[in-house]
Write a protein that binds this ligand. Structure first.
Ligand SMILES: *[C@@H]1O[C@H](CO)[C@@H](O)[C@H](O)[C@H]1NC(C)=O
Ligand SMILES: *[C@@H]1O[C@H](CO)[C@@H](O)[C@H](O)[C@H]1NC(C)=O
Length: 110
């Protein structure tokens, strides 16, 4: 059982390395268009990629702020700027409330 898990992990690792022909992810918001942001997942050797900003009623993460970080890969490291974790912030005019993008001035004020 242990060997199977081990082989699986090695294969997984190999796949990650093989699918890494240079760094093709985004390094900053400038690498993405205006309706997207640069996002990184929590997985090991995850390469950041552009993702759409949250639209109304889509999921978001409260307290998700852009970060500068250094990503370490088997063959080197990359500095990235203004990268979000897992999800982008909400689109303009929307606010992340209870993990859902909602209109800023909702009529619940009434
Ligand atoms: C990893 O190695 C490949 C091939 O040598 C290279 O093109 C790529 O830029 C390297 N990646 C990093 C993060 O150094
Ligand atoms: C990230 O780096 C940019 C450019 O160097 C800088 O302007 C910004 O304040 C930094 N942000 C954080 C959260 O450290």
């Amino acid at each position: 059982m242990k060997t199977i898990v081990c082989v699986f992990l090695i294969l997984l690792e190999l796949q990650v390395i093989l699918s890494f022909p240079g760094f093709d992810g985004c390094r900053s918001p400038q690498d993405c268009d205006k309706s997207s942001c640069c996002v990184i997942t929590m997985e090991k050797y995850s390469v950041p990629h552009c993702r759409k900003l949250g639209n109304k009623e889509e999921y978001c993460r409260t307290r998700n702020s852009a970060q500068n970080m250094t990503l370490n890969y088997p063959n080197g490291s990359v500095d990235v700027f203004g990268v979000y974790r897992i999800l982008c912030p909400c689109n303009d005019g929307l606010e992340c409330v209870q993990s859902v993008c909602q209109l800023l001035h909702s009529d619940t004020i009434l």
